[in-house]
Design a protein around this ligand. Sequence first.
Ligand code: NDP
Ligand code: MG
Length: 396
Amino acid sequence: MSDSTSSTEAPRGLAVLGATGSIGTQTLEVVRLFPDRFDVRVLTCDGNVELLAEQVQEFHPEVAVVGTEERARELKRLLSGEAVDVRVGTDGLCAVVARTDVDVVMAAVVGFAGLAPVLAALRAEKTVALANKETMVVGGTLVNEVLDRNDAQLLPVDSEHSAIFQCLAGESERTVETLILTASGGPFRTRDAETFDDITVEEALDHPNWSMGAKITIDSATMMNKGLEVIEAQRLFNVDVEQIQVLVHPQSIVHSMVAFSDGAIKAELGVPDMKVPIQYALSYPSRWPAPHERLEMTERTRLDFEPPDTNKFPCLRLAYDALEAGGTAPAILNAANEAAVELFLDEQISFLDIPRLIEQVLDRMSVTSASTLEELVATDAEARQRVEERAAAPSN
Ligand code: NDP
Ligand code: MG
């Protein structure tokens, strides 16, 4: 039975890319709930080989991938006695997702590094559960072309996109009026904008509702996360920019909504818990009973919604502008953001420098209609370099 915790179907081969991260570890929590449904074949990380070694010892994948040769040696040392093939870098990731024993790929690498393995998995006609939103921001057009040409499937994991995907089930595309993405507003929603230059890394990493990796937590504080999600939604659901609306909803209970042409609005609600959208992407089109925390409606006295303030959070405006500019503009936006967030986390630039640097680089780089991965890699590298140069310049 498709809705039972144990299954009579053969287990599906699973690759978890970014297994040591926030989404990766929660994916493995879901796998622990349904041990008969998955055979974990691939686990990957960048540098956290200690945690990866523990995961390999628990899930016994055929192959592990890490960032460098040195980390591969370290992992093998930690795993002496465990029969696991260890591969390295982007080439390793692209090769392992195409293995014949892999059916489903959880794409939970953070940043631009996630794009190449997702393209490789789709070309190998796998089902990809996509957490890595940067993939759709940078390479959404390319991803959609690959999806058109191959018998692959792409399922959203990002909570807003999972919510919209669920609201769209059984509906005709033609009847969709607006996709309404909800945003928590992050930790600085009510903070006086005059004090934004004093924001510390610690304050920005303290998200009110969600516990996530460092990069996306900073993106939530600047609201670039919502900007990236607007672009992700446009690429995933093929709607016009004007059909995407953002509403700040501080309780993070309504994960997103769809408004239809007859005036009806559908919403998906729940407590903020990424295991629910992770599991839905893995169980789709079924739902599996699970002990995730339930939403008690009577305990929630209010659900608030307000328009976002793009003067206070210019990253959201920059993302809309990049989406409208098209071509490589979203790739430039994404790379500049990744570089700026890294510099902020390293305490080399201030919070307000993040949008400032992104805007400067977007203004100065020419937008082209890049259509290959190689061109996107070059655009990404150039935008990063420009951010680093400007950040190092005395009067950036
Ligand atoms: P984390 O930083 O927690 O984890 C990232 C994972 O990717 C880690 O396993 C990390 O390895 C690995 N990794 C980092 N850089 C590289 C690289 N260059 N090459 C290969 N692997 C790499 O991120 P999250 O889990 O928070 O986010 C993952 C993705 O999911 C992001 O795109 C994010 O936007 C998206 N997402 C996350 C949500 C969340 O709740 N966390 C919600 C919605 C979307 P190591 O540990 O060794 O560094
Ligand atoms: Mg999200």
